[in-house]
Write a protein that binds this ligand. Structure first.
Ligand code: ASP
Length: 427
């Protein structure tokens, strides 16, 4: 059991919180001891390592996702409806999260936990003061068409995403399907994933340092820490409930309305990949089981499933997008940051982009989550709060990510069948 990463993270968090309270001294905050300095060094290095991967990860993951699309003919037949489905359902998940969070926000019964003690000034992507839609649009367009190298170096996410999409599409259109460039991009993507998995292996150490510092900074009274833990629990319950609602009500409803597939039969047919996703927390690892279920249980053709599922495993993550949007609103509250309507729209867009860029691996979205935080000026340190409860929540969101891909195969297949029936010569 001790080899399990989730268990290691939990142990690290608990040991860190207790040792900060037992051995730590709040005077360290003004006059750090060597020990505390070392803890801070580990914390800063770990957060920097997570941040290091944002730009290359999103860039190569997107290019390789788009280049998976194959040739233009397939792109035209399948691509449009698939991408429309991905964007539609992901958008639906985020809207569901945002509506619920502004309607319920259970944690507002307690004051913002970190408002006075821990506010940092990070550069915001969108200025909270700006209220003109045209001004914001102009700002976004200028960022979108930045020099790709400049965008990568300066962590201009909108620029990175735009250039990755343009380059990916241009690759698909210009190069022959067997061009070595596709293989190279996929290899580069794999290499980045390997580095990410190393960083994730180091989570227990990073978490220890982050939670130690966190507990010390709060120098908490019992009442305060209890409030904070209650808020965290409320957030986890809300996210889990919303994720399950999206997975087991909204998505089956979409399938029912578009294809006529009965929700109960549908969920029964895909139970196996869902269980694998739940236990591995990885859409990518679940892919072979999803392929089998789509072809054998949902009667989806191989050409549709081998297109929609691998692409979806990297690009279509409803659970992840919902989690990131709700988490951003939660953290903004904890840090006492007021969000204007435009900032909420920014959260929507960034959650969408970050979920598209996140690879289908356990905890993978934590790196991309940072762009959502950066966009609205929440300190990157806030990631630490999410990391405490991240592992159990990942199981649910991965399940719903995979469910979204599987239902996508049904919807796309249904659309193609109907189109072929109407225009048999185009089949
Ligand atoms: N674990 C998720 C997946 O593989 C990604 C994430 O949200 O961290 O689908």
């Amino acid at each position: 059991m001790l080899k399990n990463l989730t268990v290691q993270i939990l142990i690290a968090a608990v040991v860190a919180a207790f040792s900060a309270r037992l051995f730590g001294d709040s005077s360290w905050l003004t006059a750090p001891t060597t020990f505390y300095d070392a803890i801070l060094m580990i914390k800063v290095a770990f957060l920097a390592a997570l941040k290091m991967l944002i730009a290359p990860m999103i860039f190569f993951s997107l290019i390789s996702g788009i280049s998976n699309i194959g040739n233009v003919i397939r792109l035209r037949r399948l691509g449009g409806v698939t991408v429309l489905y991905y964007l539609g359902t992901t958008g639906l998940a985020i809207v569901l999260g945002l509506i619920a969070v502004f309607w319920i926000h259970p944690w507002e019964a307690y004051p913002p936990a970190l408002e006075s003690s821990l506010v940092f000034s990070e550069s915001r992507m969108i200025d909270p003061g700006s209220d003109s839609l045209i001004a914001i649009l102009k700002q976004i367009l200028v960022m979108a068409f930045a020099n790709p190298f400049h965008a990568l170096v300066n962590l201009n996410i909108i620029g990175i995403v735009t250039s990755a999409i343009l380059l990916g599409l241009a690759m698909v259109i210009t190069l022959k399907p067997d061009s070595p460039v596709f293989g190279t991009v996929r290899d580069l993507n794999q290499i980045i994933m390997t580095v990410l998995s190393w960083i994730i292996r180091l989570l227990p150490i990073g978490i220890f340092a982050i939670i130690f510092d966190f507990s010390l900074r709060l120098s908490i009274s019992d009442e305060f820490s209890q409030d904070f833990l209650t808020q965290l629990l409320q957030f986890s319950i809300l996210v889990t409930a919303l994720t399950l609602f999206h997975g087991f009500v909204v998505l089956p409803l979409v399938a029912w309305l578009t294809t006529g597939q009965h929700p109960v039969r549908l969920v029964r047919s895909i139970a196996q990949p869902l269980l694998v996703a739940f236990s591995t927390s990885s859409s990518a690892a679940t892919l072979p089981v999803s392929m089998k279920a789509a072809q054998e249980k949902l009667d989806v053709s191989q050409s549709v499933s081998s297109f929609v599922l691998p692409l979806g495993a990297t690009m279509n993550m409803d659970g992840t997008a919902l989690f990131e949007a709700v988490a951003a609103i939660f953290l903004a509250y904890l840090y006492g940051i007021e969000l204007s309507t435009l900032m909420v729209i920014t959260v929507f867009l960034m959650a969408m982009i970050s979920s598209i860029g996140a690879p289908g691996m356990p905890t993978a979205s934590m790196s991309g989550m940072q762009i959502v935080l950066l966009a609205v000026g929440i300190p990157l340190e806030a990631i630490a709060i999410l990391l405490i409860i991240e592992r159990p929540l990942d199981t649910f969101r991965t399940t719903v990510n995979v469910q979204g891909d599987l239902i996508g195969t049904l919807v796309v297949q249904h659309y193609l069948n109907r189109r072929d029936k109407r225009t048999p010569q185009s089949a």
